[in-house]
Ligand binder design. Sequence first.
Ligand code: NAD
Length: 440
Amino acid sequence: MIKDNLLHKIRTHDATVAVVGLGYVGLPLVLRFGEEHFKVLGFDTDAEKVKKLSLGKSYIRHIEESRLQTLQANNLFEATTDFQRLAEADCIIICVPTPLSSSKDPDLQYIENTADAIKQTLRKGQIISLESTTYPGTTEEILLSKLQATGLAVGEDYFVVYSPEREDPGNVTFSTRTIPKIVGGITSSCLEIGRELYAQVIDTVITVSSTKTAELVKLLENIYRSVNIALVNELKLLCHRMDIDIWEVIEAAGTKPFGYTPFYPGPGLGGHCIPIDPFYLSWKAKEYDFSTRFIQLAGEINTSMPYYVIERLAAALNEKSKAIKGSKVLIMGVAYKKDVDDVRESPAFEIMEFLEHKGAVVSYSDPYVPRLTNSRRHNFGHMSSVSLTEGIVRSQDAVLIATDHTDIDYQWVVDNANLVLDTRNATRRVMRAREKIFHA
Ligand SMILES: NC(=O)c1ccc[n+]([C@@H]2O[C@H](COP(=O)([O-])OP(=O)(O)OC[C@H]3O[C@@H](n4cnc5c(N)ncnc54)[C@H](O)[C@@H]3O)[C@@H](O)[C@H]2O)c1
């Protein structure tokens, strides 16, 4: 009866959907459910974000304000910090952060806090879906074990699933609706309701046999990326010694129509997922006396890349009879990847820190990141993006391309710069003055 009622509410879009954590993952889901006429309640602990969103303002570049405002005009979206209102929701989707602690262990405090909040108001007829990326076992060991303390029965009174997010900010080919969604449930009823919930807003939903399986699916996807990026990063170092252009190699290999997927080298890993998630699995594997060697090796190679960039810059400046100490270096692009405004874990900061430590005079330019804030690891809160004027570029000893935003005229940059260190092959189409370009 409880299950049938909830299924009916979901199928008729009468269910109220709560999204907990209104970030890069939560906001696209808010839009997706709202645009299918579900009433959506957004929860966040950050009162500033809630205030902005309540005024119809988006704080993420690729989340269009007009879409949020349309939902609000139709009374389909409200943002709040009042977690008592979780009781109003039939479906609760958790999209809170899962970072690493300073010792690279999983930091599950956000999931734990959310589970505690949900527990306060848990009632019959609710489904809870965890989407945050995490190690296999989290849904049962953290979320479910807290909810079980209420005495309600999972699979009968309330339902729990894990469904990993596969959001790719800035990707213009795939959207939340068209990216297939994986769901695993605690019981078969949980799975049935979870599948039905996502099927209302996502074209393809794939069910797997358990929440643990669904948790590992997400980690496999991210570890696969991390390992393959490490592979091309290592090959890049070898190519440099052998005087072979790694980018040409990758482009040519990419013409093979089967059995090969291209990955690209860079100045190091960035973003919320790839530098972090693999370590969630390494940590959990220790409980089973198991060492995840691919993850460790990929981690070592990828984290060493910013050091390589510095070495290459020193070598390039050396050719101009200059040292890093005292040189003016402009970092182009501090977002962790092109065309986004997300700077989390960006390798640009590692590079900037090394350069400052070695006595360089560092500035940055990024059209999507007008100013920096201090983070747990870096203190660049005093810095703002400089405009890319002829005068600024000409006055630098080196311009270091850390991120290859599309809307930059790289020929213009090379024309005006004294030296360009390109970590992303952004200058591949530059025709004039190629002798100024160095690769890292
Ligand atoms: N960003 C991506 O592209 C991406 C892709 C796939 C998966 N993920 C995963 O999704 C999860 C969320 O990532 P994100 O990028 O959206 O993070 P985010 O930092 O952009 O958003 C998380 C939001 O949760 C809020 N928050 C923190 N604690 C809270 C609490 N107790 N209750 C309510 N809100 C709380 C924060 O204020 C923030 O607004 C992570 O596990 C991440 O690994 C992210």
